[in-house]
Write a protein that binds this ligand. Sequence first.
Ligand SMILES: [Zn+2]
Length: 456
Amino acid sequence: MTLDAVLSRIDTDLPQATERLLELLRIQSISTDPAFADHCQTAADWLVSDLQSIGVTAEKRETPGHPMVVGHVDGDGPHLLFYGHYDVQPVDPLELWDRDPFDPQIEETAKGPVIRGRGSSDDKGQLMTFVEACRAWKSEHGSLPCRITFFFEGEEESGSPSLVPFMEENADELKSDLALICDTGMFESRVPSIVTMLRGLLGEEITITAPDKDLHSGMYGGVAMNPIRVLTRILASLHDDQGRVTVPGFYDGVPELPDDIRQQWQGLAFDHGTFLGDVGLSKPAGEQDRTPIEMIWSRPTCDVNGIWGGYTGDGFKTVLPSKAHAKVSFRLVGNQDPHKIRNSFRQLVRDALPADCEVEFSGHGASQASTTETTDPAFEAARVALTNEWNVPAAYVGCGGSIPIAGHFQDILDTTPMLVGFGKDDDQIHSPNEKYDMESFHKGIRSWARILDALT
Ligand SMILES: [Zn+2]
């Protein structure tokens, strides 16, 4: 009954909510370019006063970079935290935009109305879905349903340099029962999704040196060891013929998929033919005894991202090079330990080196995967709430990429993150002509109202 009142308030107030979002989108809060620092301040100020207008005690908190916005409302029941970011990506190449990226507007398209402008999907539109849900709740009930902390960042698109120190310094204030994060999308633009698995990442650059100078292959070819031959043999040995990674101990800590998640994923009817067809491919190339969706969400990988050495210019040069290089990365899942895998990989390379060869390594990042336990009943409650709003069974999904904030909530604040977002695959985030579907905005707001109702 009361939820219905909030939902119809959301429907009635959608034009005003859209106006507010357009206002926020006009602020040029590009975080990576110092020329826009004042605009980031303006966006933070705008959010502070918008939160204050719904009774939240909010303030701008300075950092060495762009400010955080933190707001609190007291209440009974669980303490929920909501995270979003108000900064946006740069807009260049500007000539590829059909309109001024900071003069947003509603456009009618074949698939329905969209909000066009930089930050509409990533992440201002998504951030405002939660704020608008709270506003509608407050106007129907006079207060919010529980204790809520609002936490908005202004450096997400530029590597979040102030985030970890800020979370550490303010851990007591930010620690909560559940951290709601709205910066993700819907599976295949149609299935409401809670992201519970994010893969980690480990990078290694290797350089193999054989002769101490480049040689002429007419004079030395045959007798001198060629480091490219050594490198390619080692790289080729990193997978077996079933697509499994051969680094010793690599699969330590890789969990099997729980049955309920496996069932949900089967229900997603993921069409790998289309997924691969879109990029001119047809056959999944990962572990052959795994489904394609497992390959991208719940299985670890090893990929060579770059390889060079010798002569690669126009024409031909019969060089027998001194050095060969490659960049290799690993996507990690479960409890795989990036440091152990780095050591094991390096040992594999050293063991495979023939006489007269030397190897140098340089590491690039090492982040563990983050997996959210969905045993907290809040997850099932949120999943049902999303299902009710979208009339499509919501799913716990993986994300092949990395969202560091989720891990920070877990590690620094001991707070479980719940990632729910309404972006669509064609939102063109980080690209020209970014948009957010009006459906995402409207039903996103309604989704949060349902989730708040379900959690309190
Ligand atoms: Zn984002």
